[in-house]
Design a protein around this ligand. Structure first.
Ligand code: C6P
Length: 424
């Protein structure tokens, strides 16, 4: 973790060379943040649901449609070549973001959900057999539960689940005891969206590999907060969504080791994923195109690459240190709100705080906060097994990005005091 030296509430110096993290300068890049909601300045604290977009990303989409729009991999004319080149450059940018060995291992998807479904349908259908075991965890998002349930049901395989403790941490001893020669696949979230827990991903991968299982990581919540190096992790598959990392919706990427992608059947059939088609037989295209049927979200890929560049320019050490500061500040202040209990108190957490307020339903909390211009998410966050584990129907969740400020946290806390007074 980078060393943080606070200079004032808005400008902090981070790291040995004291690179300045000027949140006001960063906020200036995000047009949507400068508006009033119900007459109050917007405090957007729902970044785990989706992040806001910097102007470079918005401009990239607009520029694409104003100057580059054409279908890719198909035309011999100038515009098609320009669009193809921009899209393939975006793939190279994703490769570099994940530190994958080659662009052949980068498949554009609609997002993390589609990435995980692709692996379940393609790898799962080919390699998971009756009697095999697939391991997931209690803290997984529905996107990393349902595809494996469908697969296991279809194949007669067993779904095993690593439980979590009262802090919202994975019970690693239980994980160790679930692993066996029957374990063929382990799928888990890098960071929990409802608890904020950062999982010990290196250890989980290493343990799975020791029994010969392949590992699928749902990186939807990790990409905005922490650097990812798929080669150092030695992970088999890693999925993330563009919209959570300051890019557009409807685009994301799946990393897969080439040896697996080569051995897997296509996920969908259609244009661009073929080399040749006769009515008798189809020869599939090379990687990564074998997994990209149909016209893709071209502007999305290009704009997502801009977002990844943008994040890279700020730098993960700066982002991690600043967000950690926000997390500590919010945790400390929220604990002082009467009747508030934080759900998810893991030692290693991303900037996500879920909480329940005694005798106030989270939907009431969310609605009252909205009147103050504060956007948080309330509900089960697509993690119903987490809610069941903590015997609650829902939580309120504030999730921070690097453009959030301590003033916004102050406003959140003040509004929650108000909610408590209203329900007294
Ligand atoms: N979580 C949240 O408010 P998609 O929808 O494919 O971009 O991402 C799905 C997904 C997968 N895994 C995790 C850990 C996630 O957090 C999400 C999306 C949002 O928490 C919407 S439910």
């Amino acid at each position: 973790m980078a060393e943080t030296i606070e200079m004032d509430d808005r400008t902090i110096a981070i790291g040995k060379n004291h690179k300045l993290f000027d949140v006001e300068r960063i906020r200036a890049d995000f047009p949507i943040l400068h508006q009033r909601i119900h007459g109050k300045p917007l405090a957007y604290l729902d970044n785990a649901a989706t992040s806001q977009k910097p102007k470079v990303v918005i401009d990239a989409i607009s520029h694409y449609y104003q100057a580059q729009n054409a279908n890719i991999h198909r035309g011999v004319y100038y515009l098609s070549e320009v669009a193809t080149q921009a899209y393939e450059q975006a793939r190279e940018c994703v490769r570099s973001f994940l530190n994958a060995a080659s662009t052949e291992e980068i498949i554009f998807t609609r997002g993390a959900t589609e990435g995980i479904n692709l692996v379940a349908h393609s790898y799962g259908r080919r390699f998971i057999q009756q009697g095999d075991e697939v391991i997931i965890t209690t803290m997984d998002h529905h996107s990393n539960i349902v595809p494996w349930q469908i697969l296991c049901e279809e194949k007669g395989a067993q779904l095993r689940v690593v439980p979590i403790d009262d802090h919202g941490e994975l019970m690693m001893d239980e994980y160790a005891s679930l692993l066996s020669a029957k374990t063929k696949l382990v799928a888990f979230g890098h960071i929990s969206n409802s608890l904020g827990t950062i999982n010990p991903i290196e250890k989980i991968i290493q343990m799975a590999h020791q029994v010969g299982a392949v590992v699928v990581v749902d990186g939807a919540q990790a990409a905005p907060h922490t650097p990812i190096d798929v080669q150092a992790l030695d992970v088999d598959f890693y999925a993330f969504s563009g919209h959570k990392v300051f890019g557009p919706t409807g685009i994301g990427a799946l990393y897969g080791k080439e040896k697996w992608l080569d051995a897997m059947p296509p996920y969908q059939g259609g244009g661009d994923m073929i080399k040749s088609v006769t009515l008798e037989k189809t020869i599939y295209n090379d990687l990564p195109y074998k997994f990209e049927a149909g016209t893709p979200h071209i502007s999305g890929g290009i704009a997502m690459a801009k977002a990844l560049d943008y994040v890279g320019q700020i730098g993960y050490p700066q982002i991690e240190a600043y967000e950690n500061d926000l997390l500590n500040c919010a945790t400390e202040a929220l604990q002082k709100v009467d009747g508030l209990r934080i759900v998810g108190t893991a030692q290693h957490k991303a900037s996500v705080v879920s909480f329940v307020l005694e005798s106030v339903h989270p939907h009431d909390v969310g609605t009252i906060l909205d009147r103050e211009g504060i956007a948080i998410r309330t509900g089960h966050h697509c993690t119903q097994p987490v809610m069941d584990r903590f015997h609650i129907p829902a939580t309120s969740r504030a999730s921070f990005a690097f453009y959030n400020t301590k003033e916004e946290i102050d406003r959140l806390v003040e509004a929650l005091h108000k909610v408590v007074r209203m329900f007294q």
